[in-house]
Design a protein around this ligand. Structure first.
Ligand code: KPL
Length: 308
């Protein structure tokens, strides 16, 4: 089995690191630039929870030209880069190969499906915390798990489950991943924009009653968005899930905070944008999500315009 990690940001680096350590043949597809250079020369450097650094090396490629068919492609690029990832993977999967999206937001599996076909797509969520310290370096941000399943019902992905477990990740294979994707997007919609605006680590959101109340109100709005899409998500278990992820990833910076800090575009469209669209279609107003959406868009605009 050979694995390709598509996009080596915080999550992609963590997955590649764990796979290399478990001696699973893995390549990383990374566009040329500072991250590519750092991975090529210095490998993936992982700072564990005690602050110790461990380094692994794997093959880093800027394109898929000349590489053997891929059995498992782990798609971890930003949600707004999924179309590009899908076209790069076109014709590159092995006969029973699968592209597994573990990205944030809704709509990624649908984009992959259009190019690769539903039977070649799997979707899932990953709640392991990891943040980038700089090119080639990530830091532990908290324990988590992976829940995933086939996009087309009935496709056997037990071999993918076995690989992820071999890499040491707590993994749950589900018959249909859609509910898990909804739970994750509600989690991200409730936590990521708040953390990015307050500019704080996940654990701090638990400590102030005001921010925690806001996070839980956002969960309630997220559940309403899910209902608008015909998906049943129960509010109380969802709040418990958010509370426990915040606890486990207390030391982590959300991906949206990392994006804002680096002046990058965020995944606000694939997260809040999608939830708001579902709610609007049913005439529901999600006032807090509207507000946070506008604020994050303003942060993006300000960062495009530069200082002053
Ligand atoms: O998915 C995450 C993210 O930051 O995008 C969590 C699980 C909230 C970890 O920070």
């Amino acid at each position: 089995m050979n694995v390709l990690v598509v996009g080596c940001g915080a999550l992609g680096s963590l997955l590649a690191f764990k796979m290399v350590r478990a001696k699973i043949p893995v390549k990383v597809l990374q566009r040329q630039g500072a991250q590519y250079d750092a991975l090529k020369t210095g490998g993936i450097r992982f700072i564990d929870r005690e602050g110790r650094m461990e380094r692994v090396f794997c093959e880093v490629v800027p394109t898929l030209d000349g590489i053997e068919p891929v059995d498992l492609a782990l798609v971890t690029v930003k949600a707004y880069q999924t179309e590009e990832a899908a076209s790069v993977l076109r014709g590159r999967l092995s006969e029973n190969g699968v592209a597994l999206t573990l990205q944030n937001g809704l709509g990624n599996a649908e984009i992959l499906e259009k190019t690769l076909g539903a039977e070649r797509v799997a979707a899932g969520i990953c709640t392991y915390g990891s943040h980038r310290r700089g090119p080639g370096e990530i830091a532990w941000g908290g324990e988590g798990m992976i829940r995933f399943g086939p996009w087309k019902a009935g496709v056997d992905l037990s071999w993918v489950e076995a690989l992820l477990k071999q890499a040491g990740m707590e993994t749950f294979l589900e018959r249909d991943p859609r509910k898990a994707l909804w739970e994750k997007v509600i989690l991200n919609a409730s936590v990521n924009p708040v953390s990015a605006l307050v500019r704080t680590r996940n654990g701090v959101l638990l400590e102030s009653p005001e921010t925690l109340a806001l996070v839980f109100q956002l969960v309630e709005e997220g559940v309403k968005a899910a209902q608008s899409a015909g998906v049943e998500v129960a509010t109380e278990p969802m709040k418990n899930l958010v509370g426990s992820v915040l606890e486990k990833t207390a030391n982590n910076k959300t991906s949206m905070l990392q994006d804002v800090e680096s002046g990058r575009r965020t995944e606000i469209e694939a997260i809040l944008g999608r939830l708001l669209a579902y709610a609007r279609e049913k005439g529901k107003e999600l006032i807090r999500m509207e507000t946070l959406y506008a604020l994050i868009r303003a942060v993006e605009k300000a960062s495009e315009m530069g200082p002053g």
